[in-house]
Design a protein around this ligand. Structure first.
Ligand code: AHG
Ligand code: MN
Ligand code: MN
Length: 342
């Protein structure tokens, strides 16, 4: 008989990795698991929104139907607010942090940063989307959570993960002791351990970037892309290009099969597009824990200083050899001025 291990069982088992833990982090991960199951349910019927009108919840024009990113944001905020283990949330969908100030949460130890729905341009076209989360221990001593609680380097993350709402729904997370992946079995409504101790290949041949922005890329990225496209038997080039436009899905595929995902600066977004706090840091923590690397083209993502809540950064993430080579191109083809500014 095969023994299925659920996310809940796994979390309890792993609690002993943290000898002084009282189970708060485990409960926080459980709360995130619950919210993601609800979001998955809605994602699965997204195409039905216009024809399933009943009980005033949704009308036939879909007017009362919330956009999935707003819905996901509300679900995660609700789960984290009633869970009692989180005293503040930073979300892509909210300009300011959300302070959770109820009796249960005000002295909670953790704060959570999240991108509730990543890949929002893919919502309406049946392509995978995701949720990204990052957990820090608060730095304020007690009472309500504060802005400063989020101004920590990525190296301080206690846990991070993503959920991918794809052909199946998966949760992948790390607490700094490797990466484990769980697939939702809809028949029992449980995430089950399907990808224990995930490791990403060191070498690979997939690159993921929005090449439509080519003219706006820095020279290092342009030259690296040309390198990926050159013919060379020894290094098995040209490489293959894969870009979904949902960072979680692109990075999840590359995590499993190997590859590099790049969202560089462009002349339109001189600081890059992706956000450090709730996109790049959590994804970097996971990929590093799986043996990969993540940089802004030069420096390690997890060591960047947080200066603004919604701060952006370029991202080069994936198989370590590929990130290293892309980094070499960046160094070689950047002006001294650009290197000093970085
Ligand atoms: P979000 O949907 O949370 O705004 O994030 C989308 C991000 C990332 O997931 C994706 O890889 C990238 O933006 C796509 O951007 P382009 O359409 O500019 O390629
Ligand atoms: Mn996103
Ligand atoms: Mn988003």
């Amino acid at each position: 008989m095969s023994r299925v291990k659920t996310l809940g069982q796994f979390i309890i088992e792993k609690q002993s990795d943290f000898p002084f833990s009282k189970g708060e982090l485990s409960r926080l991960l459980r709360d995130i698991g619950i919210a993601s199951k609800i979001v998955n349910r809605e994602v699965n019927k997204a195409g039905l929104a216009d024809i399933l009108g009943d009980a005033g919840e949704i009308n036939i024009q879909g007017e009362n139907v919330k956009k999935l990113d707003v819905f996901a944001n509300e679900q995660f905020i609700a789960a984290l607010s009633v869970g009692g283990e989180c005293c503040a949330i930073a979300s892509e969908e909210n300009e300011d942090i959300i302070i959770i100030n109820n009796e249960m949460s005000k002295n909670a130890k953790y704060v959570v940063a999240m991108d509730p729905l990543d890949g929002s341009s893919n919502i309406d076209v049946n392509v995978s989307v995701g949720t990204i989360f990052s957990i820090y221990r608060r730095t304020s001593l007690h009472g309500a959570g504060t802005n400063e609680d989020f101004f920590q380097r990525g190296t301080e993350q206690v846990a991070a993960g993503y959920v991918i709402y794809g052909s199946s729904c998966m949760m992948v997370y790390t607490t700094g002791k490797g990466v484990n992946g769980f697939t939702l079995d809809p028949s029992i409504g449980e995430f089950c351990l399907s990808h224990p101790n995930m490791q990403t290949p060191k070498k690979a041949k997939t690159y993921s970037i929005n090449e439509g922005n080519y003219v706006h890329f820095p020279d290092g990225v342009k030259k690296y892309l040309k390198y990926c496209q050159e013919e060379d038997d020894e290094t098995d080039r040209p490489y293959r290009s894969r870009y979904i436009g949902s960072g979680v899905a692109d990075i999840h595929r590359n995590l499993i099969t190997g590859g590099i995902y790049i969202y560089p600066t462009t002349s339109k977004s001189p600081k890059g597009k992706l956000r450090l706090l709730y996109e790049c840091n959590p994804l970097a923590f996971i990929v590093e824990q799986a043996g990969g690397k993540a940089t802004n083209g030069f420096d390690r993502i997890l060591e960047l200083d947080m200066t603004e809540l919604h701060q952006r950064t370029p991202l080069f993430i994936g198989s370590s050899d590929m990130v290293d080579v892309a980094g070499d191109f960046m160094l070689k083809y950047s002006s001294v001025e650009a290197l000093e500014k970085r």
